[in-house]
Design a protein around this ligand. Sequence first.
Ligand SMILES: [Zn+2]
Length: 329
Amino acid sequence: MPLYPLRFEPIYQYRLWGGRRLAELLAAPLPGDGPIGEAWVLSDRDDHQSLVANGPLKGQTIGRLMEQYRAQLMGKLAPRFRRFPLLLKFLDAREMLSVQVHPSDAHPDLIPAGDTSKTEAWVVIEAGKGSSIYAGLQPGTTASELRRALADRTIADCLVCISPKPGDAVFIPAGTVHTLGGGVVVFEIQQNSDVTFRLYDWGHMDAKTGLPRPLQVDQALASVDFADSKSGLVTPFVVTATPAERERLFDCEHFLLWRLRGESPFYVGAVEMPRVLVCIEGSGWFEGGGSAYGIDKGEVWLLPAVVGVCEFHPNNSVTLLEIALPESS
Ligand SMILES: [Zn+2]
C-alpha cells in the first residue's frame, strides 16, 4: 500500500508543573481535570507510541510503520534509522520545571543502552508576564561555582534567563542546563531520547506523592557542557520572503526547522525525504499523493518521503513549522 500523509493522535502526560492550556491549542478536550504538562504529538518510544489518526492505517503505531514501510516513510534516510529519530511535543509549563540537563554523545557512560543524547529546541507559542526560560550558564561559570549555587539555592543567578514572547526560538544543545515555566506554552523538538538528569527542583513537592522529586545531581553535573556557546535565543534567518515567508529557526546535526507564514499557496515537503508539518496558527489544506488534506491549528502531519513535494493552500493565513532531518549525519 502506498503511504499517504499521516496525522497522529496526541499522547497527554500528567505533569505536576502543567496546566490546561493545551486544550485550546490542540482544539481537543484534555483527559481528566489534573495538570497536563505535555502532549507528545509524534513519539516512537516503546512506552509511548504515536497512533495514526487518519486513513486506512488509522490505529497503527509509528513503530510498526517504521518496520513495515521504512523505505516509503524515510526515503533516502531509511538505512540510517530503525526508529523515528525525533520526539515532538507541546509543553504547557504553568509552574517552573526542574532545572535539568541531557547528556551529549561525549558522555556515552551516562546514556543507557538503546537511548541517545538529547539536543532539543523550543518555539514559544504563548507566554505571559511571569514566564521565564533558562537556557545555559552565565559565561565563565565553573563547576565549583555551580555546586556552591546549588547548595545556596541560588542556581537561577548562574543561568541565562530569557523573558519569552510568542515566536521566540530557543536552542538547547545536549549538555545545556535549562528549564522553563511561569505560564509558557512551547512546541518542543528533540532527539528521540528520554535521558534527563535533574539538578534542582525549586523545593517543589509532587502533589501525588507528597515528596520532593528525585534529583540526579552528580550525573547532571557530569553532563554539563561548561564550554557551551550555542544555547539560547536564536535569530531567525529569512530564507525566502515570497510566496510565503520561510525562516530557518534551527539547523543542527539532528534536525532542521523552518517557520512558514503565508496567505498564498506555497510548497512544503521534499523529494525522497520525510517532512513534518506543525500548524501553530490559522489553517489550510495541502495536496499529497493525489488527495487533499485539511490541517488545523495544533495538528501535526508526517509527510512520508514517498509523498514528496506538496502544494499548501492557506485558508486566509497560516503559520506552519516544517521539520526535516539532515541528509547526512
Ligand atoms: Zn529538556
